[in-house]
Design a protein around this ligand. Structure first.
Ligand SMILES: Cc1cc2nc3c(=O)[nH]c(=O)nc-3n(C[C@H](O)[C@H](O)[C@H](O)COP(=O)(O)OP(=O)(O)OC[C@H]3O[C@@H](n4cnc5c(N)ncnc54)[C@H](O)[C@@H]3O)c2cc1C
Ligand code: SF4
Length: 342
């Protein structure tokens, strides 16, 4: 590991100012992603700015009925907050499906949003990777692509975004609160992440000295929601495909009709993937398995699989259809507890 200086700022303004002044400084939160990268030499900062003691640890009810979660709230704490479990079960489940209990106790909300891709070539300094070393090439395109993108990829990068939590936040239309050198701004999560395009080295629209201070959830919607993660092992594995879904059905007539639906997919793109095409098919349609299949097909029509990941298309189709069918039958989806895994 390359030696670096270490600083612990007293407040958020100082934290931002230090990063503004030092072009080779990075924030350290729970360290569960960054420290690995320091050890692997993927990130070689001159200064590590520890935000671990900043006062960003509250989960607060908002006047509009929503919830504000501080950036330094631990993943396990957010997942088990009674308000999150009751009003945003999809988020609770997504958090609990990530990593292990120990890691969730260390990982923070801000750090989870900004964790880097798990592309094996990104993590191997000896291989070309446009995200790690712009212009060097992409080793994955003709390599091991089981975990890679089928939607929105570019010839420069086919990596997927790793956060489960961010997929649920995308379906929930969360807002990310950021403090930068020009002051505070609010970014809808749908605008936070970038597709790779020509610049896969940039995961988000954030500037280097932007500090995430909190995220805000809108008031809970009507309807049922859940998060389903399909992966190679029952726990401690990143998603091959995941689905965050919320659906509200009017069951007053002879045939239940979908009033509103929100769907986001994980494991399929460089960013959490909002399934706008599927949602358009669902709105106003009858809540039947056939409708759910049509919705999934509409979303996946644009999929462009690589040699090693064509299985993700039927997998995503099945996951979307099954989750929507489960959410619209009589059984309610309860959030998991800390010890259980989807
Ligand atoms: C073995 C293993 C398995 C895992 N499995 C999963 C999984 O299945 N699903 C999943 O979603 N995640 C998984 N993770 C990832 C884990 O959730 C992340 O490492 C964690 O959420 C990152 O949070 P952190 O607080 O430790 O961030 P850090 O490691 O401290 O930081 C991560 C990045 O975010 C930046 N950062 C942190 N906080 C802020 C902030 N407030 N403002 C601006 N920048 C900030 C840092 O500079 C750094 O670039 C796994 C990790 C491991 C090691
Ligand atoms: S997919 Fe992206 S992260 Fe992976 S090797 Fe290619 S450029 Fe690097």
């Amino acid at each position: 590991m390359k030696p670096f200086e270490y600083k612990r700022p007293a407040d958020t303004y100082e934290a931002v100012a230090v990063l503004t002044e030092h072009s080779d400084a990075v924030f350290l939160a729970g360290g569960s992603n960054l420290v690995d990268h320091l050890k692997l030499g993927i990130t070689e900062p001159g200064l590590v700015v520890d935000i671990g003691r900043l006062d960003l640890t509250e989960v607060e009810a908002l006047d509009d009925g929503g919830l504000r979660i501080g950036a330094m709230v631990r993943n396990s704490e957010a997942a088990n907050d009674p308000r999150v479990r009751r009003d945003y079960p999809m988020l609770s489940r997504a958090l609990l499906s990530g990593a292990s209990g120990q890691l969730r106790n260390a990982a923070t909300m801000g750090g989870n949003l900004l964790q880097r891709t798990r592309c094996v070539y990104f993590q191997d300094k000896t291989t070309p990777c446009n995200k790690r070393d712009p212009g060097s090439g992409c080793s994955a395109i003709d390599g091991y692509t089981r975990y890679h993108a089928i939607l929105g990829a570019s010839p420069t990068c086919v990596a997927t975004h790793p956060s489960d939590m961010a997929v649920a936040l995308t379906a929930l239309d969360a807002t990310i609160i950021v403090l930068g050198h020009r002051g505070e701004r609010r970014i809808p999560i749908s605008d936070l992440y970038r597709l790779p395009g020509e610049h896969p080295e940039r995961d988000t629209v954030l500037e280097r000295d932007d500090l995430i201070t909190a995220l805000e959830l809108p008031p809970p919607h009507a309807g049922r929601s859940t998060y389903r993660k399909l992966r190679d092992r029952a726990s401690y594995a990143f998603a091959l495909v995941s689905v965050a879904a919320e659906i509200d059905v009017d069951a007053s007539g002879p045939v239940p009709v979908i009033r509103e639906a929100a769907i986001a997919l994980g494991g399929v793109a460089h960013a959490p993937w909002r399934a706008h095409r599927a949602e358009a098919v669902l709105r106003g349609a009858e809540a039947t398995r056939e409708t759910f299949q049509r919705a999934a097909d509409a979303e996946l029509e644009a999929a462009e699989p690589l040699e090693g990941n064509a299985f993700k298309i039927p997998m995503a189709r099945g996951a979307i259809t099954t989750v929507l069918a489960e959410l619209t039958d009589a059984s309610a989806a309860e959030p998991d507890t800390e010890e259980s895994h989807e």
